[in-house]
Design a protein around this ligand. Structure first.
Ligand code: MN
Length: 205
């Protein structure tokens, strides 16, 4: 059910992305999260939280910020399979999301203030803690008002004020993969991707 949209968008004969087993919700010691940097037609970061056997996913054009004054637009996109959380490589140009993908951060997460994550998502406000290598502390995802069907996908990702909050630009300070220590260009080079486009995603050296 939950991966129907994910599978419909992709041709698994052509993309190296995981086809995804059907989710089997089961008790786990901890819920995972991942942030993938994705140099598609537009550079963005994909923010994914494990829930009910899939990765709930938001595309964040500017990426997460540790600065509580920075409210980052996060567009809800299709659920992804859990295996996607370790996917790093290059989706062929012309395929859905064509471009290079980096595992920019990963770790575990937990809801804050409630155990009823489904209700929080329905109400449009999910508070949570991240235990990653780059992203830590307390955060919130808030669905933007304006409502109506067309705006249902639009959320804001905001850092709460705590000891992990900082005005430093984490994306610029720690640009490399937490899986492989590679740059976007390094991943593109290893997987036959567009190295120039990936280099632009790496930003000024
Ligand atoms: Mn993406």
């Amino acid at each position: 059910m939950a991966l129907t949209r994910y599978k419909a968008k992709r041709n698994f004969d052509l993309t190296p992305e995981p086809a995804g087993a059907e989710p089997e919700p089961h008790a786990r010691a901890a819920l995972s999260f991942v942030v993938q940097k994705h140099a598609a037609s537009r550079l963005h970061y994909d923010f994914r939280l494990e829930w009910n056997g899939v990765l709930l996913s938001w595309a964040v054009p500017k990426g997460p910020s540790l600065d509580p004054s920075q409210k980052r637009l996060a567009m809800a996109v299709e659920d992804h399979p859990l295996e996607y959380g370790s996917f790093e490589g290059t989706i062929p140009e012309g395929e859905y999301g064509g471009g290079t993908v980096m595992v920019w951060d990963t770790g575990t997460w937990e809801p804050e203030g409630t155990d009823d994550v489904d209700a929080a998502l329905t109400q449009g406000e999910l508070k949570f803690a991240l235990h990653g290598k780059k992203l830590r502390g307390s955060w919130v995802l808030v669905r933007t008002r304006g409502m109506g069907k067309s705006n249902a996908a639009s959320w804001l990702l905001i850092k709460h004020r705590d000891r992990y909050a900082t005005a430093d630009d984490i994306a610029a300070a720690k640009p490399k993969s937490v899986l492989s220590r590679r740059s976007m260009a390094g991943i593109a080079r290893a997987h036959g991707g567009d190295v120039e486009k990936a280099s632009q995603a790496d930003g000024p050296a």
